[in-house]
Design a protein around this ligand. Structure first.
Ligand SMILES: [Zn+2]
Length: 399
């Protein structure tokens, strides 16, 4: 059975399908890696990458650094399904990576594990060769109708790149979605941002992805805005897609769908639509599901596969964003273990255990401000881990 899966996946993933494109002018500079089709029912990113590489090859603009495009779930893309056995964007955990890091490992148990194996080793090759800063973008679309937006793990370096686009930014999805490829890349210390270009099948989603890719190449310094035909229009095109440009939102709530739950979202919710507390949002076999708090509905699920029914998000005020920059850069978090109800975690570096009964007020909000992520809930304790590469990246080779 295992060998069957492997040989089947091998025949699907010819390296030309996996590597959508590579572009370089043999000049020093940053490396951009773009992932498309992490979910098989989201082909827009792959199609947009193909077009961008085609135009780069046609016009051969002055280009600094290197640009790689990688197609991710090839098996699921060929079936137009989100995934075959497992969600490829939920399996980038340290245990799984240990298993696939061994080049000779033939015991890959699912089609997605094989896809992950190939992508992982491609990333390692790129990391080994890179000589400047590395940037990663992950291109997605949503099942509901949506304006495009950026999703990032809340490091100051991710925020800084995110704010160079005229788009809304969502912080903190990582606390609710384990094992994403962005979590893995951020933990390596590189800047990585997710982009959702619109609804899965909307033709405008491909155009939005193209505009996002070009804008990224300009924002990180691979291309000059004036060095490519129509270089000035891409940022404008993105700006026109949204009325929430550069607003930053945080995830406040996630509705997780249980095994065998008959979850049905009420129709016609659009991403970012305002909702009231207790508003009727969905139903399951036990009855109606109401909003836990007021805010905006985010990623309501209108497709068969997926474990997240919806999220509720809320805008963060600029004042608090600025306060968090100052607090993080002055290492304010160092006083935390001296406060009542907060202890250093035995064994985990940069981790604090918080006794919910003693440290009660706005605990999560304060830890977020200081650059921690909530990782695990134990009966009376919450575990917060400080992000390692918040405002300073790892050392990279200078070219
Ligand atoms: Zn997706």
């Amino acid at each position: 059975m295992i060998s069957n899966i492997n040989s089947q996946a091998t025949s699907q993933s010819t390296s030309s399908e996996r590597k959508i494109g590579f572009y370089s002018d043999n000049k020093a500079g940053p490396t951009l890696v773009a992932f498309g089709g992490m979910h098989g029912n989201e082909p827009s990113g792959v199609l947009a990458l193909k077009k961008v590489f085609q135009e780069l090859n046609e016009h051969q603009p002055n280009f600094e650094g290197k640009f790689f495009g990688i197609a991710c779930n090839l098996g699921a893309l060929s079936l137009n399904k989100r995934f075959i056995n497992a969600d490829l964007n939920r399996i980038w955990t340290s245990e799984n990576l240990k298993e696939i890091s061994d080049q000779s490992n033939a015991n890959l148990s699912s089609p997605e594990q094989f896809e992950q194996f190939e992508i992982y080793h491609l990333i390692q090759d790129i990391l080994a060769e890179a000589s400047g800063p590395l940037f990663f973008i992950d291109l997605h679309t949503t099942s509901s109708e949506s304006q495009p937006f950026i999703s990032i793990n809340d490091t100051l370096r991710n925020r800084e790149l995110g704010l160079r686009y005229p788009l809304p930014i969502i912080l903190g999805v990582e606390e609710h979605l384990g094992g994403t490829i962005l979590n893995y890349i951020n933990d390596l210390g590189h800047i990585a941002i997710g982009f959702e270009g619109g609804q899965h099948d909307a033709p405008s989603s491909i155009e939005n992805h193209e505009a996002f890719i070009w804008t990224t190449l300009i924002n990180i310094g691979c291309l000059s805005r004036f060095g490519i035909p129509n270089g000035h229009i891409y940022e404008e095109r993105l700006a026109k897609t949204t009325t929430d440009g550069q607003k930053i939102f945080e995830v406040r709530h996630k509705y997780t769908i249980g095994p065998d739950e008959q979850f049905v979202m009420k129709p016609h919710y659009v991403n970012f639509q305002s909702i009231k507390k207790n508003e009727l949002l969905a139903s399951n076999e036990a009855g109606n599901i109401h909003a836990a708090e007021k805010g905006k509905i985010f990623m309501p699920l209108y497709q068969g596969q997926g474990d997240e029914g919806y999220f509720i998000i809320r805008k963060i005020r600029w004042f608090w964003l600025k306060v968090s920059v100052v607090l993080r850069k002055t290492s304010f978090h160092k006083i935390l273990p001296y406060l009542p109800g907060i202890n250093r975690h035995q064994g985990l570096h940069h981790a604090l255990e918080v006794n919910k009964r003693i440290a009660r007020w706005y605990v999560t909000e304060i830890f977020h401000l200081l650059g921690f992520r909530k990782t695990e809930l134990k009966d009376k304790h919450i575990l917060f881990i400080k992000r390692k590469y918040d405002f300073k990246g790892p050392d990279v080779k200078k070219s």
